[in-house]
Each structure stands twice: as structure tokens, then as C-alpha cells.
Design a binder for this molecule. Sequence first.
Ligand code: BJW
Length: 246
Amino acid sequence: MQARADLISEELRERFAEARRVLVLTGAGVSAESGVPTFRGGGGAGVWKGMPFNIISSAGMLERDLPEVWAWFDYRRGLVEKLAPNPAHAALARWQERFRDFTLVTQNIDGLHQAAGARNVIELHGSLWRGRCVSCSSRYDLRELNEQERPPICRLCGNYLRPDVVLFGEQLPLGAFELAAERARACELCFVVGTSAVVYPAAMLPEIASRAGGAYVVEINPERTPLSDLCDETIQGKAGEILPLL
Ligand code: BJW
């Protein structure tokens, strides 16, 4: 698809120029142009050693086979560390200077928003770059831990670390969704970028912004999603081509 400025409606241009409180929810599609495989709709990350990702990325798998879960996330970390942010990440990092009150909420665990310069990102599903003690919940930056042993050991209590990500059936980090929901209620303009919008509670945020806050909701995705009908505008295209046009 050729990116063209006329994909952006006059209404959206005006709202974008006037908005003060803006919230963006991102998903795997925002990192697709960096080379990070998405979960659904093909792309190669959906299955690993014959296991669908909703099995290997699940609370049950963590209980059954923690070393295998580490192997899966070590593999993913190995992929992502070679990759760089794309123009979508860069555009969103600029928006934090552009708007008085800007909230970036991501379901992604790859850290590419932060690598592009985004600050105060609300990470709903954790981070590929952190480990967390299964016992005392101490968190470690895996880049600083320099620990080859799997599973790594907590320096404070000696128990195992697990990847600090939110697996299916697990609770989101304390307060993260509540903060995102509060910002969603308050925003005037809400963008939903590169998510299939099938995973909850993240997929509730645009609905909260629309119904509770009366925000204008814009979806950016090459495909339609269950949220498309709720949106005031859907722009069918790639995040890295559309976001820099705004
Ligand atoms: C592009 C593009 C380009 C491509 N530009 N776009 C209410 C109703 C029903 C179920 C539930 C519910 N509440 C809770 C649940 C259960 C469950 C859930 O939602 N299940 C549904 C799948 C049915 N939720 C949970 O378990 C959550 N926990 C929870 O709610 O706790 C409370 C609780 C506990 C116990 C019982 C009940 C409640 C936790 C969810 C954690 C999700 N974790 C994962 C894995 C993280 C670790 C890992 O990385 O392995 O997070 S799953 C996976 O999906 C990952 C993602 O963050 C998440 C969302 O995926 P995303 O980002 O949307 O990616 P894709 O691949 O799906 O879509 C990519 C999109 O990009 C596509 O649309 C493309 O078209 C598009 N695209 N190129 C723009 N260039």
C-alpha cells in the first residue's frame, strides 16, 4: 500500500491539532515492521517447537516446565535484540512532546517503544527484558543480571526467577490496567494501533475511552478487528506508514 496523506481525514487532522489528552494502545503490529513476528494472522511466532504460543505462554506451562518457558523467552530476546524501532515507534515517541497529556499503553514486551525514546510507557503484559522472583517478586534487568543459569536464581531469597511477562490466565501488573483505564476515561483522542483486540482486559481500553470518556477513537491496522465497528475512524494500513503522516 502506498502511504498517502489523504488517508487522514480532515476531521482527524483537526482533532489531532486541538487535542490535549491523547492515549495510544499498541499491539504486536506496531513492531511488525521492525521484524518482530506477530502472534496471530501468520508470521512465525505463533508456534514454537510445535506448541502454539497460548500453550507455551501460559501460567500452566510455567508451573509444568519453567526451563522450557525460559528457553522460549531467551529465543524471543535473541530475535528482538538484533532489531531496531521503526517509524511508528519514532512517531509515537515524538507525540509525548506534542501533547500536554500523552499516554502510551502497550501490550508489547519487546521494549522497542522505550528504545525509540518513549518514556513512562504503561506495559500491560510486562517486559521481555526483566525477570521476576517467583517467591519474593524482586525484579531484575536481564541485561544487567548477566546470568547464564536457567532458571536464574534470585539474589535476595535464592528462589527461581521467571520471565516478568503476563501469561494467559495471569493477572496484569498491579495498578497498570487501572492507570491505563483512568487515562482512557480522561482522553479526548484514542488511537488503537496494530492489535487484533482479542486479548482482555487490554481490548477494553478503547471501549472505555469511547463510552466513558466520549473520546474520538481511531484504529490503525491493515485488517479489521472486533473493535473496528466501535471506532470513529479506521485507517487500513501499516503503522509505520500511517503514524508519521499525522
Ligand atoms: C499491523 C501491522 C502493521 C500487522 N501495522 N498493524 C474477558 C473475556 C474473555 C477472556 C478473558 C477476559 N478477561 C480475561 C480473559 C482471559 C484472557 C484473554 O483475553 N483471552 C482471550 C484470548 C479470549 N486474558 C488473560 O488471561 C489476561 N489476564 C487476565 O485478564 O487476568 C485476570 C484473569 C485471570 C484469570 C482468569 C480470568 C481473568 C492476561 C493476558 C496476557 C496476554 N499475554 C500475551 C503473551 C505475553 C507473553 C508473550 O509475549 O509470549 O500477550 S498473549 C499475546 O496476545 C501477547 C500480546 O500482548 C497479546 C495481544 O496480541 P496483539 O498485540 O493484539 O497481537 P496480534 O498478533 O494478536 O495482532 C497483531 C495485529 O497487528 C493484527 O491485527 C494485524 O493485522 C496487525 N498488524 N502488521 C499495524 N505493520
